[in-house]
Design a protein around this ligand. Structure first.
Ligand SMILES: [Zn+2]
Length: 420
């Protein structure tokens, strides 16, 4: 499954000139100012921050930026060399950038204010990725299908009179001209890919940066993580945590604004930060209050209570080790901060009906559901907990559950038999 990632392409940022980087012409050979690919932070020659790269005078010709969760990428051309700068984002920076509304008329300014202080961690020349004139010439005679098989992406633009098509390969765009074909028509259901598949390429011309400046998969190695855990896992009073869960779940450390640290499953934490930033824009402050708890820790709590107060007491008041959703790392209990005061008492939180209604409305957009619903106590086995959110990864499924007023048990068809 492909990870859903917030991508913001900013095509309109002003291009800067870069006095410190003086590589000239289209020569792809390295020079003292042209770092090789995968340059480490220590070797970055010119731009210590994205702000330095943006600082000098403007040139309208080319510039692109993109945000991939925890990575900000800035691509531009200077004197025939294409550069890609990478900055790693903290959770806060990532949340703040992702919270920007691209339709906001001040979007570019707001983005600039956020990216200016970012430290450049990688500076690469992309020229090695650009095809040479000889490479381009060698493509002549191929078919459209062969180009696609070689990893070219058909773009949005074509001109049937001249048989010119806009195609992309890597971060760059090319104009591909096919041999003349009279009966191609520009109709509403014109299928560009199918139409050109068998056509022969007549010429290929380099065209600068493409619409997507970089391959996102370079920055994420999700496959393992996606395969490792089941985000719809059901853990309740009848269903125990899978045995290998704690070995496979990828936990990350989150910090709340009270400077307390918490372990949460990595993707759940990233999405929670986005949710939190979204709510903060409207003056609602939610903070991490209780998250991952190991089975081992729960056993210790159980043993302490049993030793001190007896088995019956433990059975009544302590969650059975292995049967708490908090073991998954996917459950987050929040507290509220209202007028500078922390609200974490259960009754006080339940009383904040309006605030929680607003929070609950937005949960599904970030892949969360409300886990313990009012009136569904016999299904979930728990009383109403407006503060307990469960990450299930898929916003689509989360909407189905939240919009339908369902519990996870109902969605999974795993409602416990209460007649026994
Ligand atoms: Zn909870």
């Amino acid at each position: 499954m492909k990870k859903a990632i917030v991508i913001i392409l900013s095509l309109v940022l002003a291009l800067s000139m870069f006095a410190a980087c003086t590589k000239s012409g289209g020569d792809p050979s390295p020079s003292e100012n042209a770092p090789a690919e995968n340059t480490t932070a220590a070797d970055v020659p010119a731009w210590k921050t994205i702000g330095e790269a943006l600082a000098a005078e403007k040139d309208e010709s080319s510039e692109q930026s993109a945000i991939y969760a925890k990575v900000f990428v800035y691509v531009f051309e200077k004197d025939g060399t294409y550069w890609r700068l990478t900055a790693e984002l903290s959770d806060e920076e990532s949340a703040a950038l992702s919270a920007l509304d691209i339709l906001d008329e001040d979007y570019a300014e707001k983005e600039k204010a956020l990216i200016t202080p970012l430290a450049v961690t990688k500076c690469e020349s992309l020229n090695e990725l650009k095809l040479s004139d000889e490479d381009l010439a060698a493509l002549v005679g191929k078919t459209g299908k062969e180009l696609l098989d070689d990893g070219w992406n058909t773009g949005m633009g074509y001109n049937l009179d001249s048989m010119e098509f806009y195609w992309e390969h890597g971060p760059f765009a090319y104009t591909v001209t096919f041999e003349k074909q009279e009966d191609l028509e520009n109709t509403d259901d014109f299928d560009e890919t199918a139409a050109v598949a068998e056509l022969k390429v007549a010429s290929v011309k380099f065209d600068g940066l493409g619409n997507t400046c970089t391959d996102i998969s370079e920055y994420f190695d999700d496959e393992e993580q996606d395969a490792a855990i089941d985000y719809l896992v059901l853990v309740n009073k009848q269903n125990k945590l899978p045995d290998d869960w704690e070995e496979t779940v990828d936990l990350a450390e989150g910090t709340n604004s009270l400077d307390e640290t918490y372990l949460v499953e990595r993707k759940a934490l990233a999405q929670f930060e986005l949710l939190r930033a979204d709510l903060l824009k409207d003056g609602i402050d939610i903070e991490l209050d209780s998250t991952y708890r190991s089975v081992k820790r729960q056993q210790e709590i159980w043993d302490e209570f049993e030793a001190e107060k007896g088995l019956e007491y433990a059975q009544t008041y302590v969650a059975v080790p292995g049967y708490s959703e908090h073991h998954t790392g996917l459950a987050i209990d929040v507290c509220l901060i209202k007028d500078g005061v922390v609200i974490s008492d259960n009754d006080d939180m339940i009383a904040e009906k309006e605030i929680f209604a607003e929070i609950h409305k937005r949960l599904a957009d970030y892949g969360f559901i409300l886990r313990y619903l009012e009136g569904k106590e016999d299904v979930t086995g728990y009383g109403y907990e407006p503060w307990h959110f469960r990450y299930i990864d898929s916003p689509e499924i989360a909407h189905e559950i939240m919009d339908g007023g369902l519990t996870l048990e109902e969605y999974l068809g795993a409602v416990p038999d209460t007649t026994e």
